[in-house]
Design a protein around this ligand. Structure first.
Ligand code: DAH
Length: 339
């Protein structure tokens, strides 16, 4: 065995030990350049091949190439090892720990009032009805006995939709849930007992107490011999259930085109009184006007009925002491989580 062969074998042993002991990628690169880089020891040994006697050259040359290839492979394998280790390191995970409770969404206060309202009316035998938010003038106004020159129909108050005029007038964003009364009566004969929760729109610039969109709940009861006493009893029972058994209800005469007589409903609860508010004006209601029955094709004098409509935001604001209506649509969880 030539000196060079001995030298190659000891270089190989030395380099393999260094590779096995090497713990980081940077040190591994240094080992690579120390042994098999252009200035490396194995490379230098290869350069000495030329000085060997002719008969030794093939054998020693083969060994030198084997050593170089083996070291290159060992370095590559170690590099892969180190990379794999780096990607799985980090804090150890204890898979036996119980899962952490995820923060889930929160029900909107208006949704809560809707659901409570619907539940109370369902117990009294009322069904839930729905109608489109894009309405036409006939359902929203004409059928509800609202004359063509009524101020509510003005473009200053109502958001008209830029669609070709339909058979039943221009399209608009419904200004109240009352058109659902018309849609229900058109498709069904009395007895009718429904509530219709939904979104409504008016032309308003937003500030703390105005919003171009808000929510209402409409109620309608039509049958033979329905009276104002039924209206008062039902409304009073409902608000006592929703708010407080001590709630007092007051009817004040008012005017709506679609009811006669018409009333505004004021409420007083111990909770409101504690906030220094005696009576809160909360809803409109009345006995369905005969012209409304005529519009939906009900026979003259066959039925009587009552209807009401109230705003959900307003109720939530007095109930919870919310002073800015915009909070309902900002969807800030810090607000929503309080209900
Ligand atoms: N539509 C009315 C409003 O938006 C509320 C209302 C009043 C509804 C009287 C009714 C009613 O059904 O009978 O202010």
């Amino acid at each position: 065995m030539t000196d060079l062969e001995q030298q190659l074998q000891s270089l190989r042993a030395e380099a393999e030990a260094a590779i096995a002991a090497c713990g980081d990628a940077q040190a591994l690169l240094q080992i690579k350049s120390k042994y098999i880089g252009p200035q490396g020891a194995v490379t230098a040994a290869l350069k000495q091949l030329g000085a060997l006697p002719k008969e030794d050259k093939p054998r020693v040359g083969k060994l030198a190439n084997e050593v170089k290839t083996a070291l290159a492979a060992a370095i590559e394998a170690r590099q892969a090892d180190l990379e794999a280790k780096a990607s799985t390191s980090g804090p150890a995970i204890d898979t036996t720990l119980p899962g952490r409770r995820h923060r889930i969404g929160h029900q909107h206060p208006l949704t809560q009032i809707f659901e409570q309202t619907v539940a109370i009316f369902r117990r009294m035998g009322f069904a839930v009805e729905d109608g489109p938010e894009i309405e036409d003038e006939w359902h929203c106004f004409d059928a509800l006995n609202t004359p063509a020159d009524h101020p509510a129909r003005d473009i200053q108050d109502t958001l008209y939709v830029d669609l070709p005029k339909g058979e039943r007038g221009r399209y608009l964003l419904r200004t109240h849930t009352s058109p659902v009364q018309i849609r229900t009566m058109l498709k069904r004969k009395p007895p009718i007992r429904i509530v219709a929760p939904g979104r409504v729109f008016r032309r308003d610039n937003p500030d703390a107490t105005h919003s171009p969109t808000f929510h209402q709940i409409e109620g309608l009861y039509v049958d033979k011999n329905v009276t104002v006493a039924d209206l008062k009893g039902t409304v009073e029972f409902f608000f006592k259930q929703l708010l407080d058994p001590e709630t007092k209800v007051r009817f004040r005469p008012h005017f709506f085109p679609y009811t006669e007589p018409s009333f505004e409903i004021d409420l007083s609860t111990p909770h409101f009184r504690a906030r220094g508010k005696e009576w809160i004006e909360i809803a409109g209601c009345g006995m369905v006007d005969p012209n409304v029955f005529k519009a939906v094709g009900y026979p003259d004098d066959a039925y009587t009925g009552w209807a009401f409509g109230f705003g959900i935001e307003r109720l939530a604001m007095v109930q919870y002491g919310i002073t800015d209506i915009r909070l309902f649509t900002e969807n800030d969880v810090r607000f929503l989580e309080q209900f």
